[in-house]
Design a binder for this molecule. Structure first.
Ligand code: IPM
Ligand code: MN
Length: 377
C-alpha cells in the first residue's frame, strides 16, 4: 500500500482515444469524490496525429513518465497517413513500443457478456449467447511470437523479392505468460460457466508448428505446479469454432502473440463488440491498460463511440494496482466500478450507436458517474 497514492500516466492518443479517455477520467473522478482517490493522473501527448503535427511520436517527458508511473492508461493510436519512415505505424511507441520497452509480457483480455448488452451479427442484434455463458479471460503472449522484430525485406534493384517475419518462441517468454495465466485461473472465483471447473486452455497449432509444440510442452511443465487447474488444449483453428459454439467451456485461455491477437477480436463479438473489449498489458514492474478498439477515425470528434471498453480498462487497472500493492482501497473501488457498470448496462439506457442506441460517449459516461454516486460506496 502506498499512502502517497499512485501515479497514473495517461496517453489519450489518436482519434476517438481522447474522447473515451475523457470519460474514463470522469469515472475516476466520480469514484474519488469525498477524498477516496489514492491516485493522480497526468496526461501526455503522443500518437500518429501528434507525429503528423510535430514529427515526434511522443515527448521525452512521456517516455520518462512511463518508467516511473504506477500504471499507464492509453486511449488509442493510429491515424490514416501517419506512418514512420520505415513503414511502421506512427504511434507504435505507445503500444507495441511499451510492450517491448517495459517488457509487458502478458496481454490480459477479459471477455464477459454483461446482461443488457446486445451482440450484433450480420447487421442485426441476436441473442446467440446467454450472458451467463460468456465469462472468460484470454491471456496473450505480448513480446515475441510473430511480433518479434526479426523481420525484413530482400530487395533487388529496389524491387521487393522476399518479405520475412520470423516467429520466435522462447522458453522464458512461454513460461512466464503460461504461469501468469495459471495464476489467473487458480484465483478466479467461479471457473468455467459450463461446469465451474477451473480450467486453462492452451490454444496453439502444435500439430504443425515447432514453436507451438514447444509452447505446449512448456504448458505441461508449468501445469505441474497447478493441480487445482484443469489442463485443456485446442488447436487454434478448431478453437475459433468452439469459442463461438460453446463459450461456456472456457475459463482462462492462453495463446501465443499473433494467435492471441486474432482470437481476442473474435471473442469481442461474444461480449457485445469491440466497444466492450479492454486489455491489460502486464509485466513484472509495469502495467498498461487500454480499450482495444483503436482510434476509429471515422467516428473521431463525434462523441459517438462506446466508452465502456475504457471503463472496463480502468476497472482492470484499479484491480491490478490493488492486488499488486495489497491495497484494498483500490480493489474495493474496482468492485464498486464493476457493480456500477453492470447496473448501467442492465438498465439498457446507455446504449451508444454500436448497441443500436443514440446515447453519446459523454452521455454514457454521465450515466455511469451517476450510478457510481448513487450506489453503495
Ligand atoms: C491489439 C492491436 C495491436 C496489436 C495493433 C494496434 C498493433 O491490434 O492490441 O490487439 O496487433 O497487438
Ligand atoms: Mn488486435
Amino acid at each position: 500500500m502506498r499512502d502517497a497514492g499512485y501515479e497514473i500516466a495517461v496517453f489519450p492518443g489518436d482519434g476517438t482515444g481522447p474522447e473515451v479517455l475523457r470519460e474514463g477520467e470522469k469515472i475516476l473522478a466520480a469514484l474519488g469524490e469525498g477524498g477516496a482517490a489514492p491516485w493522480h493522473l497526468t496526461s501526455y501527448p503522443g500518437g500518429g496525429q501528434y507525429y503528423l503535427k510535430t514529427g515526434k511520436e511522443w515527448e521525452p517527458e512521456g517516455a520518462v513518465a512511463v518508467q516511473k508511473a504506477d500504471a499507464i492508461l492509453v486511449g488509442a493510436v493510429g491515424w490514416p497517413g501517419a506512418t514512420l519512415p520505415n513503414g511502421d505505424l506512427a504511434g507504435r511507441a505507445l503500444v507495441l513500443g511499451l510492450r517491448e520497452g517495459l517488457d509487458l509480457f502478458a496481454n490480459v483480455r477479459p471477455c464477459r457478456l454483461y446482461p443488457g448488452v446486445r451482440h450484433r451479427i450480420s447487421g442485426a442484434y441476436h441473442e446467440v449467447w446467454a450472458p451467463k455463458n460468456v465469462d472468460m479471460v484470454i491471456v496473450r503472449e505480448n513480446t515475441e511470437g510473430l511480433y518479434t522484430p526479426a523481420r525484413g525485406r530482400l530487395r533487388r534493384a529496389e524491387e521487393t523479392e522476399v518479405a520475412i517475419d520470423t516467429r520466435v518462441i522462447t522458453r522464458k517468454g512461454a513460461e512466464r505468460v503460461i504461469r501468469y495465466a495459471f495464476e489467473i485461473a487458480r484465483r478466479r472465483p467461479k471457473g468455467a460457466p459450463e461446469d465451474g471447473h477451473r480450467r486453462l486452455t492452451c490454444v496453439d497449432k502444435s500439430n504443425v508448428l515447432e514453436g507451438c509444440r514447444f509452447f505446449r510442452e512448456t504448458f505441461d511443465r508449468v501445469a505441474v505446479d497447478y493441480p487445482e487447474v484443469e489442463q485443456d488444449y485446442a488447436y487454434v483453428d478448431a478453437f475459433t469454432q468452439w469459442l463461438v459454439r460453446n463459450p461456456e467451456h472456457y475459463d482462462v485461455v492462453v495463446s501465443t502473440n499473433m494467435m492471441g491477437d486474432i482470437i481476442t477480436d473474435l471473442a469481442a463479438v461474444l461480449q457485445g463488440g469491440m466497444g466492450f473489449a479492454a486489455g491489460g498489458n502486464i509485466g513484472t514492474d509495469h502495467g498498461m491498460f487500454e480499450p482495444v478498439h483503436g482510434s476509429a477515425p471515422k467516428y473521431a470528434g463525434k462523441n459517438q463511440v462506446n466508452p465502456f471498453a475504457t471503463f472496463l480498462a480502468v476497472e482492470q487497472m484499479l484491480r491490478w494496482l490493488g492486488d499488486r500493492h495489497q491495497d484494498t482501497r483500490l480493489t474495493s473501488q474496482a468492485d464498486r466500478l464493476d457493480r456500477s457498470i453492470a447496473t448501467v448496462l442492465a438498465n439498457g439506457t446507455a446504449r451508444t450507436y454500436d448497441q443500436g442506441g443514440t446515447v453519446t460517449t459523454s452521455g454514457a459516461g454521465d450515466q455511469l458517474a451517476h450510478a457510481i454516486r448513487a450506489g453503495p460506496a
